[in-house]
Write a protein that binds this ligand. Structure first.
Ligand code: XMP
Length: 327
């Protein structure tokens, strides 16, 4: 079934059986499309690109080359998980590029949010294109495009080219094996392909990553603080049964300091803001209210375990008037 559009009468994939049938059809179509040629995939570790990788590994095995660009703005443990799952467990051809210094050097001193996003997006394309040029005989580019991306681009809401913007001379035929699926269907398909649940059911994470949660000019120490605080928040949400229940939750470390006291000594450190929200369409968002016990526990852990934080704040603002992310 190498169809470009979701058939009007297609049954929503809600069961393992339906997912297995979809996978079977796609594997046949992928083998037919790709033959003995090579395919390139930018593997971020997000749900869509991970499911595409797992599918292509099954379909064409080592004809797939995955490139994981670590831009230094990923959450704690993410690059390690990509390497563990895809290189060690699934035996994929994985090129891992630690481009942290490149990104952070380019971002140094840049305070404008739009400029930051442009730098991150532009540098990503550059690193990916450089890696692609090192490889011989690539004819296909795989992308984790999903059905809402196509609908939104048709309606003029956003361009859907996930890895779009590659230089003019790099022309590949696209391979988009989940492009007729909705997100919930992609997750079920991913589970059936053997991906870990915490990869398939993870909360949304923006492309510019922790960069938009470190408002203003990003510095390595503040970035580390937001990464460590985020890891504690995720750990506590998982322990308290909130993982998979709350739509999105994260920390932000703004670029100002305030006075505090630790071990009888004056401190002058950043605050950490906690944001936890629920939504169905992301146009309107409500705040998840946490129990006092959990808030107290988070305050204690974050202020004592994260270097540079002496205060914890909770963001009670819905969307609108606030957006989900701070930049
Ligand atoms: P906002 O901040 O616009 O966020 O209310 C709505 C949802 O979109 C996510 N988001 C992004 N996702 N690239 C992405 O892939 C981005 O640049 C980006 N910016 C925001 C955000 O995390 C939230 O889920």
């Amino acid at each position: 079934m190498a169809t470009d559009r979701r058939p009007e009468n297609m049954e929503r994939i809600t069961t393992a059986e339906l997912a297995d049938a979809f996978i079977e059809e796609q594997l046949t179509a992928l083998k037919q499309q790709i033959g003995d040629k090579k395919v390139l995939l930018a593997l971020s570790g997000g749900v869509d690109s991970s499911v595409v990788a797992a599918m292509l590994i099954k379909a064409v095995d080592d004809q797939l080359v995955c490139v994981h660009v670590n831009h230094g703005l990923l959450r704690k443990g993410e690059p390690e998980q990509v390497i563990e799952v895809f290189r060690n467990q699934m035996k994929a051809n994985l090129v891992y590029v630690d481009a942290t210094d490149r990104f952070l050097d380019k971002l140094a001193g840049v305070t404008d949010p739009e400029q930051k996003r442009k730098i991150i997006g532009g540098e990503f394309i550059e690193v990916f294109a450089e890696e692609a040029r090192k490889l011989d005989g690539i004819e296909f580019l795989a992308q984790g495009t999903i059905w809402p991306d196509i609908l939104e681009s048709e309606n003029g809401i956003k361009a859907h080219h996930n890895a779009g913007g590659l230089p003019e001379d790099m022309k590949f035929e696209l391979v988009e094996p989940v492009k007729i699926l909705f997100k919930d269907e992609v997750r079920i398909v991913g589970e059936r392909l053997g991906l870990p649940a915490n990869m398939v059911y993870r909360q949304p994470f923006p492309g510019p990553g922790l960069g938009v949660r470190c408002p203003g000019a990003i510095t390595r120490d503040r970035l580390e603080a937001v990464r460590e605080a985020d890891a504690i928040l995720r750990e506590e949400f998982a322990k308290n049964g909130l993982e998979g229940k709350v739509w999105q939750y994260f920390t932000v470390v703004p670029d100002f300091k305030s006075t505090g006291i630790k071990d009888g000594k004056r401190t002058f450190e950043w605050p950490c803001i906690i944001r936890a929200i629920n939504t169905t369409d992301v146009m309107e968002v409500t705040v998840e209210h946490l129990s006092n016990e959990l808030i107290d526990h988070l305050v204690k852990r974050i202020t004592s375990e994260v270097h540079g934080i002496n205060r914890v704040l909770f963001d009670y603002t819905p969307k609108p008037p606030a957006t989900v992310e701070y930049e």
